[in-house]
Design a protein around this ligand. Structure first.
Ligand code: FES
Ligand code: FES
Length: 150
């Protein structure tokens, strides 16, 4: 079935089954590989993208649920004020280790800052609790979010 998805401001026509996860469409159909596959079960956050500004797990988001909503991925989050500030803070504080989880971390952090420009530690913990980092970069992620908010 054909769907026209608005991704990073551009319409993309894809022909896939309606229950295909958005993550599959992004990576395998459109070649946008910045969004990562981790668990496939909405448990790790590696696949986080925005749908109308809300952080969602694209591995558990069927493509037929998107409709006219605007999808934003890591490839374009740097074009938003929050995304730009976060990416700068991430670089300055050298947050990344292996990097695998980091697209999802930044997408969740960007959704947080868009809603809560000056988050507390508790706000950060609540917003980021679904994003797992096996390298344990949590302290630097928190510091980078505070830095971006400043
Ligand atoms: S791959 Fe989607 S939450 Fe883990
Ligand atoms: S930086 Fe390696 S999993 Fe997070």
């Amino acid at each position: 079935m054909a769907f026209t998805l608005k991704i990073n401001g551009t319409p993309h026509e894809v022909d896939v089954d309606g229950d295909t996860p958005l993550l599959w469409v992004l990576r395998d159909v459109l070649g946008m590989t910045g969004t990562k596959f981790g668990c496939g079960l909405a448990l790790c956050g590696a696949c986080t993208v925005h749908v109308d500004g809300q952080a969602v797990r694209s591995c558990q988001t069927p493509v037929d649920s998107i409709g006219d909503s605007a999808v934003t991925t890591i490839e374009a989050i740097g074009e938003t004020p929050q995304g730009k500030a976060l990416q700068q803070a991430w670089l300055e504080l050298e947050v990344v280790q292996c990097g695998y989880c980091q697209s999802g971390q930044i997408m969740s952090a960007a959704a947080l800052l868009a809603e809560t420009p000056k988050p507390t530690d508790a706000d950060i913990d609540a917003a980021m609790s679904g994003n797992v980092c096996r390298c344990g970069t949590y302290q630097r992620i928190r510091a980078a979010i505070h830095k971006a908010a400043a």
